[in-house]
Design a protein around this ligand. Structure first.
Ligand code: PGA
Length: 252
């Protein structure tokens, strides 16, 4: 029972024009020249997936930030999992807190999107996380473990599921939970996975996200049951992002 390789994933959100392709070339070169002890993924906006896929070579996987729950049809402006698979995406983020907030995505919607992603053989990165009000009220563990339980599809496997714990109040704010709080939450998520997947639960990566940067990556990534990072702002520049990837050089 060996844990899978850690994953450091970048979420570019609604950032990046064609010129940002140079960052992928640079990132690919950095990983190629220096090596990486973790898997590396960038999820750019839909508009850049095809371009970046052609430039990322073997060292940087390219994924998507969202998908529609239906396979095709009358859904103007939406993108299906088949379309993403067709471009070569191996990972799709679902249920990011910005989608849960901006597009009122419930756990049921997130679950349905994960079903769609997994149905075409891509890995669903299922995001969960509490608001500051929920944490201050002492409900963080309940909220997050309920999200995990409700958002993982019935047919999910340890091979096609990744969880990303991102406290909403830590995203883009420069604030991070204490190391103790991160450990407590990741342990609680692992417990949920153990109930669900038994011994194989350790095969599922649980990423931490929310204001991860090169200067705090080592401390956060070294926490038990933290198996990688989901990174927003610090993933936009190859040098910054590579600083986070390099944290794994010192983590056994
Ligand atoms: P941040 O975003 O690293 O800019 O805090 C993380 C995320 O939303 O995935």
């Amino acid at each position: 029972m060996t844990a899978p390789k850690a994953l450091v994933a970048g979420n570019w959100k609604m950032n990046g024009l064609k010129a940002a392709a140079t960052e992928i070339v640079k990132l690919n070169d950095l990983v190629n020249e220096n090596g990486a002890k973790c898997d590396v993924l960038i999820c750019p906006p839909f508009t850049l997936i095809s371009t970046l896929m052609d430039l990322s070579a073997d060292h940087v996987a390219i994924g998507a930030q969202d998908c529609h729950m239906n396979m095709k049809g009358a859904h103007t402006g939406d993108i299906s999992v088949d379309m993403l698979k067709d471009l070569g995406c191996g990972y799709i983020i679902v249920g990011h807190s910005e989608r849960r907030a901006d597009h009122s995505e419930s756990n049921d919607v997130v679950n349905a999107k994960a079903v769609a992603a997994q149905s075409v053989g891509t890995i669903a990165i299922i995001c969960v996380g509490e608001t500051i009000e929920e944490r201050q009220a002492g409900n963080a563990l309940n909220v997050v473990t309920s999200q995990v339980t409700a958002s993982i599809p019935a047919g999910a496997t340890t091979e096609n599921t990744i969880i990303a714990y991102e406290p909403v109040w830590a995203i883009g704010t420069g604030h991070t939970p204490t190391i103790g709080d991160v450990e407590e939450m990741h342990n609680a998520i692992r417990e949920v996975l153990l109930v669900r997947f038994g011994d194989k639960a350790s095969d599922i990566n649980i990423l931490y996200g929310g204001s991860v940067k090169a200067s705090n990556a080592h401390e956060l990534m070294a926490v038990k049951n933290v198996n990688g990072a989901l990174v927003g702002g610090a993933s936009l520049k190859a040098d910054d992002f590579f600083g986070i990837i390099s944290a794994y050089d010192e983590i056994g």
